[in-house]
Design a binder for this molecule. Structure first.
Ligand code: IMP
Length: 447
């Protein structure tokens, strides 16, 4: 009997930039072609906005595919779960008529984010000073992953099964955090274990039935022919290993991490759909080679509504960076591209693309590893003719203005992957799909 899953044509959706690429909309669109939606990294730092009809949903922790009532949703072992944020999200969905019971499964190996992680996140940012700050989402993500690696101060979802053991563990870790954070900050940091526990108690009751061995569930389902959609959170350039370190998040954000973060081997993923906007954005600190600190950047921000879903912060905006995107495509094994927000660029006389990096007069093949060097890199821009038409009701590739098609073709040739999904507005219907494996492969594979 075979123990492989490759025939199912599982797909992973990842952002190719620094997050906020529009993955939520893409996942929502692909969902009908899959049986399970799976998160494998990050936590409530992610912000997925999905429009269903006139309704807008903002999800942070749950896979955005959970909005589809007939899908099974999994929060895998690589995710860091804030039980309070989780219950808030479950309640928000329930109030809007979406019930998750019986179809939301949380890995017992996932790690738990508690209030002291958020305190630690804020304190380590202020201790780093203005120049050293990462500009985190303050959701306690980094400190929770740090505890996971440290092991002695970690709490996992499986620990929520036994309240007495959990309480004594939370008290011990809170005491340790109080001492180390007070020493680090030079202040008397109050961490109230009893307050943490009393806020936690009703959440634990609510979540406990959802906790289980999700790896086994996924393996059984895969052997049963079910098809999975993995939702990468954050973005490839925020990857802990290959991103713009240290201005990154604390998890592996690409399809390379699906194996560890879900227990489903990464080699069983047939398609990796990389999502990118038609321009670039970044929130938080860190180098941004194509950033536009001018009227063009301001216009992209306003027309594209570039304000954070998780924190409301204005996003930094710039032209499309083909060097950074090619890098993400390469290390993440991307097979197809979804190009979002093409409509936002309507009305620019010319549209910029960064086709190369130069440092001290030399051309670079790929982004340098250290941020101080990356900060000094100069972009080589190419400007293509823009388009004035409103694209929001264009429903096929052929009906796009020729200049917009030229722009897409230029991106494909620079980045080396086909653009198979083009988004021209926030609604599901405002999407052009062509020659993709991510929506048709199951039928082609005959499974
Ligand atoms: P953290 O993940 O909260 O530790 O934040 C680390 C960096 O990643 C900060 O620059 C955040 O703004 C950024 N970041 C984390 N998640 C996302 C996301 O989903 N979208 C955009 N930026 C993110």
């Amino acid at each position: 009997m075979s123990n492989t899953h490759t025939h199912n044509e599982h797909t992973c959706v990842v952002g190719l930039g620094w997050g906020d690429e529009g993955k939520g909309k893409v996942v929502d669109l692909l969902c009908p072609h899959y049986d399970f939606v799976v998160r494998f990294n990050g936590g409530a730092n992610a912000g997925h906005t999905v429009y269903v009809g006139d309704e807008k949903f903002a999800l942070h922790l749950l896979p955005s595919g959970v909005l589809h009532a007939d899908k099974q949703a999994v929060v895998g072992s690589g995710v860091v779960v804030d039980p309070i944020a989780l219950v808030d999200e479950i309640e928000m969905l329930s109030q809007r008529g979406i019930d998750i019971d019986g179809r939301l499964h949380i890995s017992d190996r996932a790690h738990v984010v508690l209030a002291y992680h958020k305190t630690e996140d804020l304190l380590s940012e202020s201790a780093a000073g203005d120049s050293g700050q990462i500009g985190t989402t303050s959701r306690g993500i980094g400190p929770c992953y740090a505890d996971k690696m440290r092991r002695t101060s970690a709490i996992r979802m499986s620990d929520l099964r036994n309240w007495d053991l959990l309480s004594s563990r939370v008290r011990a870790v809170a005491d340790m955090k109080r001492r180390t954070l007070s020493a680090m900050s030079g202040q008397n940091v109050a961490i109230d274990a009893e307050a943490i526990l009393s806020e936690l108690k009703p959440c634990v009751e609510r979540i406990r039935p959802l906790i289980g061995d999700t790896m086994l569930r996924l393996h059984d389902a895969s052997m049963d022919g079910k098809r999975f959609l993995f939702e990468g959170a954050n973005g490839s350039l925020l990857d802990i290993d290959h991103g713009t370190y240290p201005y990154v998040t604390s998890s592996g954000t690409t399809a390379n991490n699906v194996g560890n973060g879900s227990g489903v081997p990464a080699r069983s993923i047939a398609n990796v759909l990389g999502v990118t906007k038609s321009y670039a954005t970044r929130v938080g600190h860190g180098p941004f080679v194509t950033e536009l600190d001018n009227a063009a950047g301001q216009r992209i921000r306003e027309v594209g509504h570039e304000y954070g879903t998780t924190t409301g912060r204005p996003r930094r905006c710039g032209w499309f960076d083909a060097v950074a995107t090619t890098y993400s495509v390469r290390f993440g094994g991307v097979t197809e591209i979804a190009l979002m927000h093409l409509d936002t660029l309507s009305g620019f006389e010319t549209v910029g693309l960064c086709t190369g990096y130069r440092l001290d007069g030399q051309a670079l093949r790929t982004p340098p590893s250290d941020c101080s060097t990356l900060e000094r890199v100069e972009p080589v821009f190419e400007f293509v003719k823009g388009w004035s038409e409103d694209l929001r009701s264009v429903d096929s590739y052929e009906r796009l203005p020729e200049t917009a098609r030229n722009y897409i073709q230029r991106i494909e040739s620079l980045v080396g992957a086909p653009v198979t999904i083009i988004s021209v507005g926030p609604e599901r219907t405002q999407t052009i799909v062509r020659n993709t494996r991510v929506v048709s492969a199951r039928e082609e594979a005959g499974t």
